[in-house]
Design a protein around this ligand. Sequence first.
Ligand SMILES: Nc1ncnc2c1ncn2[C@@H]1O[C@H](COP(=O)(O)OP(=O)(O)OP(=O)(O)O)[C@@H](O)[C@H]1O
Ligand SMILES: [Mg+2]
Length: 597
Amino acid sequence: MSKVHRLPAALANQIAAGEVVERPASVVKELIENALDAGARRISVLTEFGGKKLISVEDDGEGMSADDARLAVERHATSKLQTAADLAAIVTLGFRGEALPSIASVSRFRLRTRLRGELAGTEIRIDAGQMVSAKETGAPEGTLIEVQDLFFNLPARKKFLKADTAESAQISKLVTQLALGYPEVGFTLRNGGRVVIETPPAASLAERFFQMYGDRADLIEVRKQAAGITVHGYVAALAEAGPVRGPQHVFVNRRLVRDRTISHAIQQAYSVATIKERSPEVHLFIELPPDRVDVNVHPTKAEVRFLDQSLIHEVLRRAIVDALGQTGVPELVLSQAALTPQRPFTGALPLMWGRVPSASAALGPDAAGTDRAGLDPLGDAIERAIQSPGATVGAVAGRETIASLIRPMVPLGQFRNTFIIAVDEEGIAIIDQHVAHERILFEKISEQLLKGGLESQRLLTPVIMDFGAGEHATLKNHFVELEKLGFSLDDFGGSSIRVKAVPAILKWEHSEAALRAAAGDLEGLTPGAGIEESVRQLAATMACHAAVKANDLLDRDKMQFLLDELRRTAHSSVCPHGRPVVLRLTRREIERNFERI
Ligand SMILES: Nc1ncnc2c1ncn2[C@@H]1O[C@H](COP(=O)(O)OP(=O)(O)OP(=O)(O)O)[C@@H](O)[C@H]1O
Ligand SMILES: [Mg+2]
């Protein structure tokens, strides 16, 4: 007797349902997507007990004829795909012909529909995949689908559902997302008679966004078009405390997807501004020709595959960086800097604190900290900084930005040798000197690390430093990368290292701590890949050790230099660790406090 046999249709559908229908929210998703594909302008969703008892989705779309309705609940029946060629350029949300039969196989299912322009409608009832009735009926144009007692015939699945409130939350999240993707469609969601979401059809994404989220001053608009790809939406602005965390909604051709390339591009865009691990809120809408993206790669259609992955990555990253730049990059005020003809820059680290010593300059540890060439912040450095073509220039949006926080200002002095107090016509700024300098150096160091390496400073006599066994092993494995940081090192046996040169930006007395910190950054990384993998971390470490410290006395020239540099530094409102740099008291605030207005 043959042991292979065909599964009965109802059982095959239940197995398929295992992939399509995980929970009530997945039913809501499939039904709303069908309504959207049918051109609905209003979609009304009703749930009871988190969708476990009832899910009903009604739309005013094109509806179905009696014959189509009967077919629609059969497996692999779809109106959205004709040939294999269509699969290569799908423009609808559905395409498999799986959703309705799957849902009907695990619930008590009712479909009522009337095709636009027809007189009579059709009603079909299915229980656990078995057709109960199919008859003509009166019905409004459009389609209503009711799903009762989800998983009543699959107790094992039912057990895995969460509490009603958790399932309800999933559903409202989903409806919110779909409503964002389709501003022109009105959505209503009711749960147990209570209205949860109600958004009339909107004229634009901006309007829909406002309906859903109100006025969000902490988000900025993204808009870019390049290489046939359009990116539009809203992302978290840079704030002193770092970008706001929040949901990351990404739609590709109006389909909500999760995608690693996209997540990476978002993270990279923000990493320019802060190294802090965050998940900034984004609502992004990416449009590209349908034949450049494969949507048929995931059982619930939650993932896609891009033909030009790196192109998408780059366009998206730039779109966000540009948008952030609109609020994060300081304005280059018309000053001598802008008026001086720019000459090509030849030295290294033009914007570093201090004069950059030539590679042949040598010093001994004894001399360090006093007459070291790298410690003089004046002379050349300001000259070069002013004329450096590397200075970042960006437009400034209407909102208050770092450029408006630090205009060309006059430093008055320090508070507790830690904060610089500066003034201009429009107010008073208090700047944390360490984080400000750290921010400035971080940008420069990252850039130099990516370009090749940092300038190094040879010691007159090599110095032996002792390390812990772990540190010693890491350092030994990464001599090549550490050389890029500006260290020149030999293994001296035991757990000692002979130090022949240190980064020029570091004061001698900070070199050892910086080396230990760098060992921490490099720990566990593959030798040879270290710098590339941890550039940001190493740059942050070096910046932190090279920056002026709290309690360092600064003279007026140093303060002025710092303020000027800060104005040129992109995203300078937060330090590499996300700490704020500037506190500003505006003229208005001051006058208000003195009751002058
Ligand atoms: N709300 C609706 N209005 C009009 N037609 C509908 C509606 N829902 C389903 N249909 C019709 O029924 C067919 C089957 O729907 P079903 O959701 O099972 O498959 P699909 O949408 O084609 O593909 P997928 O399984 O990827 O969702 C659709 O192709 C469509 O023609
Ligand atoms: Mg469908």
